[in-house]
Design a protein around this ligand. Structure first.
Ligand code: ARG
Length: 465
């Protein structure tokens, strides 16, 4: 059974019967797109100023429109506005309220405009602001990482490949790796912003408008870098949103990997770091537990952002030009992506400065697993042993050390010389963890010296951002 309504729609002129009540709810977007109200009003005010400039509105009409819209804006932000599903979306709710408030002038606002260019403009204004907020949180996090790297530039820890101890590294170097990933995320966000910040208004429904609109003027009022050059493209593509979500998916992927390390590192088995209690929770049944919930949750939330990326790509892929109602489905995935990535970065930015590196434990872990084996091989190469032979010799020495249950640096010199007479008594300086990290003293290397340089350069970059 279809339900029927008799309300007059803003577009109701050519319709014989009212919209089915279920269809009305099914097609409405106001429950979620009301989030755009500030941008909708900002765009409408700029549009009205342009309409006045080209003499479509009188100065008085423009003044009434602007004042009315500002009044509606306060009503909404104070929670006194009554949103109506019958009015479908944020745009028609605000326009209807404006006409109710100021009368006929309100009906003129939609001249030379369509909801198609209006909504595309709103989303771009919204996303531009939110990218600014995401960048702010990202920058806080990077700043925290750089400070942690400076503090722990000398802290030795095991570096891993295949989660097996590989070579000694410094904790500061490890933190700077995360900084670098986020730096590329920053570049991607900035690049994405340059395409978000283009104005669709003036494209109207799809073909442009018969009014002599001054799009550059409106764009300037709204702080856009320029206009969308083709009206069909302006109203139909959401590639700018997809691009943002793909950048967000990469940010979440970075945070997810980082989270995996924090989860491992806080476990009793690793015991590499301590997270402050305020970022952890307990168990309702096991009194000894302190769980790293924040990293775990962020690792989990990565899935929904990846999902949103696929949603938006799929939403777009079958659409012929120009606008289709499908595009109304762009908002929830976009909004949730914005919330998720911004809040995840915020949680990380809050958490990172208070990480305590367990220096003795990190050192001990680096001493296990023959982390300096490569240094021994490099030593042999320097005294003219071909690398492949050196590899073989070190392999034999590792086997002896495993049998004796000791580290390479615990082997007697004579014992080592039995395997290769090229080994001299200077070998022990190369087998220490400090010697190993200090030797990697080149741009991008793990030497404390290099970590300090990299962190100083990063700090300077962040200050000038
Ligand atoms: N609520 C719509 C959206 O989000 C606004 C544009 C509607 N345009 C239209 N021709 N029905 O996309």
């Amino acid at each position: 059974m279809s339900e029927k309504r008799s309300e007059k729609k803003l577009w109701g002129g050519r319709f014989d019967e009212p919209t089915d009540q279920f269809v009305e709810r099914f097609t409405a977007s106001v429950d979620f797109d009301q989030r755009l109200y500030r941008y909708d009003i900002q765009g409408s005010i700029a549009h009205s100023m342009m309409l006045q400039k080209i003499d479509v509105l009188t100065a008085e009409e423009q003044r009434q429109i602007e004042q009315g819209l500002r009044q509606i804006e306060s009503r909404i932000s104070e929670g006194h506005f009554k949103w109506s599903t019958e009015l479908e979306d944020v745009h028609m709710n605000i326009e209807a309220a404006l006409t109710e408030l100021i009368g006929d002038a309100g009906k003129k606002l939609h001249t030379a405009r369509s909801r198609n260019d209006q909504v595309a403009t709103d989303i771009r204004l919204y996303l531009r602001d939110e990218i600014g907020e995401v960048i702010a949180q990202l920058t806080r996090l990077q700043t925290g990482l750089v400070e942690l790297a400076q503090r722990e530039a000398d802290t030795i820890m095991p570096g891993f490949t295949h989660l097996q101890v590989a070579q000694p590294i410094t904790f500061g170097h490890h933190m700077m790796a995360w900084y670098e990933m986020l730096e590329r995320d920053f570049e991607r966000l900035s690049d994405c912003l340059s395409r978000v910040n283009r104005m669709p208004l003036g494209a109207a429904a799809l073909a442009g408008t018969t009014y002599p609109v001054e799009r550059e003027y409106t764009a300037k009022l709204l702080g856009f870098d320029g206009i969308c050059d083709n009206s069909l493209d302006a109203v139909s593509d959401r590639d700018f949103a997809i691009e943002f979500v793909s950048v967000a998916a990469l940010i979440m992927t970075h945070l997810s990997r980082f989270s995996e390390e924090l989860v491992l590192w806080t476990s009793a088995q690793f015991n590499f770091i301590e997270l402050p209690d305020r970022f952890c929770t307990g168990s309702s049944i096991m009194p000894q537990k302190k769980n790293p919930d924040v990293p775990e949750l962020i690792r989990g939330k990565t899935g929904r952002v990846n999902g949103h990326l696929i949603s938006l790509l799929t939403l777009m892929k079958g659409q012929p030009l120009a606008y289709n109602k499908d595009n109304q489905e762009d908002k929830e995935p976009l909004f949730d992506t914005v919330d998720t990535v911004r809040d995840s970065l915020r949680a990380y930015a809050d958490m990172i400065p208070s990480i305590q590196a367990n220096r003795p434990r990190l050192y001990e872990a680096a001493s296990q697993g023959f982390a300096t084996a490569t240094d021994l091989a490099d030593y042999l190469v320097r005294v003219q042993v071909p690398f492949r032979e050196a590899h073989e010799i070190v392999g034999k020495l590792v086997r002896i050390a495993i049998e004796k249950n000791c580290d390479l640096s615990d082997l007697e010199l004579e014992e080592m010389q039995k395997v290769s007479q090229h080994i001299g008594d200077d070998i022990y300086t190369f087998l220490t963890l400090e010697g190993s990290v200090n030797a990697r003293d080149h741009a991008g290397g793990t030497a404390p010296n290099q970590v300090r340089k990299a962190a100083a350069a990063a700090a300077l970059k962040l200050q000038n951002r």
